[in-house]
Write a protein that binds this ligand. Structure first.
Ligand code: 57M
Length: 359
């Protein structure tokens, strides 16, 4: 909105030329989303409490989680409001990649909202069935990929970190790969969201990393210098990443241990799908495995646990999966597990960013 209102005035007021710059608008998208979330947060949490939108705690979870019963959930609605308001305010609304990213975020957010609503409001503890949940997720992801493949910047080549001279063309297989990246990252963030701030912290780090990657991918000179994929027009998604980081920091203000609010599936599914889709837009799908390594490890821990349980006749590899519950049951305090996950996330982000130079 602001871009369309004020940038044209730069002919008369030179100062307004600043609205042309993605960097400027991304910084203010971050600040706007952060301030909006912190200002609205207390009222929103109070509203969730008033309508009794409290978290039901399953009995089979770690004992110390029982005290969390009733914590307001669906805080992802607050993230969505601040993030989307900020993007609509600071983004160039003629950019197709920005709208595609908004579509993926909102589409997965709607799936999560229905799941949360069934679980929390309608007291149907299981919410949507896995078939319904995955079905709708693949549908939304397929719709976004379906539009992406007809855009001029589309490429089915796979860029491999550290190896510049090999970019295998996956052809039609890339479509299935892209679907798995989006749905996989959505559910990986969802699984990780099991301790206060445990999902939003690494999401902020990944969002910040993708902000740099998508800016570079949209900048012809820098992309050429760093020898990464140049995707004309994708740089505008930097504004979305700024808003995501801002809304995430604002949400962390309330979700930090001890949490006043949980994000719910409405938050975890939308945020996870967005980072997966943005990694596809800037052709950094494999780097996402590095910077989002915590989400990968959490998901692998569940796969190992279930597999080991099946093939060992009922034995458990971990005390409990996902991995954060295993550490909890070994007696490490929740707040220490969370901060250590954040530290590892930042370390992985540094490694991911190094792939820009080390080629
Ligand atoms: C997403 N949801 C949290 C909150 C959050 C197949 C199996 C691995 C599935 C998995 C599962 O159910 N995952 C669902 C994780 C839940 O958080 C809610 O869900 C939203 C995210 N989708 O926003 O609304 C609980 O997590 C805690 N929490 C916090 N702080 C936060 O900021 O403390 C969440 C956010 C909340 C709260 O207690 O209630 C969750 O853990 O369910 N299942 C599991 O993760 C279960 N693991 C398990 O069953 N492991 C088995 C097998 C299947 C691998 C095993 O180890 O043998 C654990 N979760 C529960 N009970 N609820 C452990 C058992």
């Amino acid at each position: 909105m602001i871009y369309h209102l004020l940038y044209p005035l730069s002919e008369h007021f030179g100062l307004f030329n600043v609205f042309r710059y993605i960097t400027f608008r991304s910084i203010y998208a971050l600040l706007t989303a952060l301030i909006l979330t912190i200002i609205i947060g207390p009222r929103f949490i109070h509203w969730l409490q008033r309508i009794k939108c409290g978290q039901y705690i399953q009995e089979d979870g770690p004992e110390n989680h029982q005290r969390k019963a009733g914590t307001p959930t669906m805080g992802g609605l607050l993230i969505a409001f601040s993030l989307l308001s900020s993007v609509l305010l600071w983004g160039n609304l003629t950019n197709v990649y920005l709208w595609l990213t908004i579509f993926v975020f909102a589409g997965f957010g709607c799936i999560g909202f229905v799941d949360d609503y069934l679980k929390v409001v309608r007291k149907q503890n299981k919410g949507l069935s896995p078939r319904q949940k995955f079905g709708w997720q693949f549908l939304v992801a397929a719709a976004a990929i379906g539009v992406l493949i007809v855009l001029p910047g589309y490429s089915s080549s796979l860029y491999i970190p550290f190896i510049k001279w090999v970019q295998p063309n996956l052809g039609w297989f890339y479509l299935l790969f892209a679907l798995v990246v989006i749905v996989g990252s959505s559910n990986a963030v969802n699984l990780t969201d099991g301790l206060d701030g445990l999902a939003i912290g690494p999401t902020i780090v990944v969002g910040g990393c993708l902000l740099l990657f998508v800016y570079v991918a949209g900048h012809v000179e820098i992309a050429k210098y760093l020898q990464v994929a140049y995707v004309p027009g994708v740089g505008e998604v930097t504004v979305f990443c700024g808003a995501l980081v801002g809304a995430g920091l604002g949400f962390l203000w309330f979700n930090a241990y001890p949490a006043q609010v949980f994000m719910g599936d409405v938050g975890s599914l939308s945020l996870g799908a967005s980072i997966g889709f943005i990694a596809i837009l800037c052709k950094q799908e494999l780097v996402l495995l590095v910077v989002g390594g915590l989400f990968v490890v959490e998901t692998l821990s569940v796969i190992i646990q279930v597999g080991y349980f099946k093939f060992s006749g009922g034995k458990r590899f971990f005390r409990m999966a996902p991995l954060h519950h295993h550490f909890e049951l070994t007696g490490i305090p929740e707040s220490k597990i969370i901060v250590r996950f954040w530290i590892l996330s930042i370390l992985l982000a540094m490694l991911a960013l190094s792939t820009l130079k080390l080629r």
